[in-house]
Design a protein around this ligand. Sequence first.
Ligand code: ADP
Ligand code: MG
Length: 323
Amino acid sequence: MLQVKDTFFTYNNTFTLQGISFNVKAGEHLSIIGESGSGKSTLLKLLYGEFDLNHGEIYWKGAQVLGPKFNLIVGYEFMKYVSQEFDLEPFISVAENIGNFLSNMYPDKKQLRINELLEVVELTDFSKIKVQYLSGGQKQRVALARAIAKQPEVLLLDEPFSNIDNFKKQSLRRNLFKYLKAQHISCIVATHDKNDVLPYADKMIVLHKGKMIAKNSPQQLYKQPEKALIASFFEEFNVFKLSEISHLKPNTSEIIIYANEVRITKKSVLIAKVFKSHFMGDCYLIEATFKGRSIFINHPNAIIESQDVFFSISDELIQFRTL
Ligand code: ADP
Ligand code: MG
């Protein structure tokens, strides 16, 4: 198990990570999410032992992960880290880049392993191409293959699919995360893409200005987002005063309701004026004015501008979210 205990870290007195604690079991998948600059990359670097902590401790299987003050060479064999800048060797082929991370003892076995890794990152057809001729996304995939080549116990990934186009992204992350689960490799993934998180992560932490503001399963944080910042990571959402939408709970505290939880109905006490219909593929996102502000509603069809619509939110949902 990876144990992160009350860690603090400061870059030249400017930015600080504060009081970060969490555990990751063998084979578990943890996502780190947060806005740009919230400290995701810094946290991954701390886990890798790239910096010395100001306070706190990090352990893997009971042994302490230490920074450069205590280790001449940064990094550990059991852990691999794919940073946002993947440094590959440009003048040799994709297969050679991966092969350089493998033992030469059994050439046949080595070739089989290279082939297997090329399949995981979907680069089989590019194995003989020199890395300098690859696109950014293809380079990112070579970096991933190299990181898993020697079966690490822990894999740290910093926005691993950020350079990879949508055509490839879906199948690549499915392949990679399935492979890591099957091999029982723990992975910690910094990302700002909910599609990296919702179907795959066992747990997630949310960073905001260097502090951890939430830690739970993606399901729990999706269903009960305690802060607007958490909801905004997942979907378009609204913040209503309870008194605006429910007679059952006539108080002024606020409730988060996703656009996909608001229904347009034939009759309701809630009325909004449509401002714009945005085509989203699987639905239209209706932007409407309610009590002088914009609200968002998912709807199967577009609605013409300036039309008044009735909308409702189920009492059950309001009860559940205000538990
Ligand atoms: P994220 O990955 O969530 O975008 P980072 O961990 O890269 O965030 O950065 C967190 C904060 O630390 C930012 O304000 C960034 O400017 C600052 N920072 C990052 N690296 C350094 C550094 N080497 N020296 C000083 N400040 C840094
Ligand atoms: Mg980053």
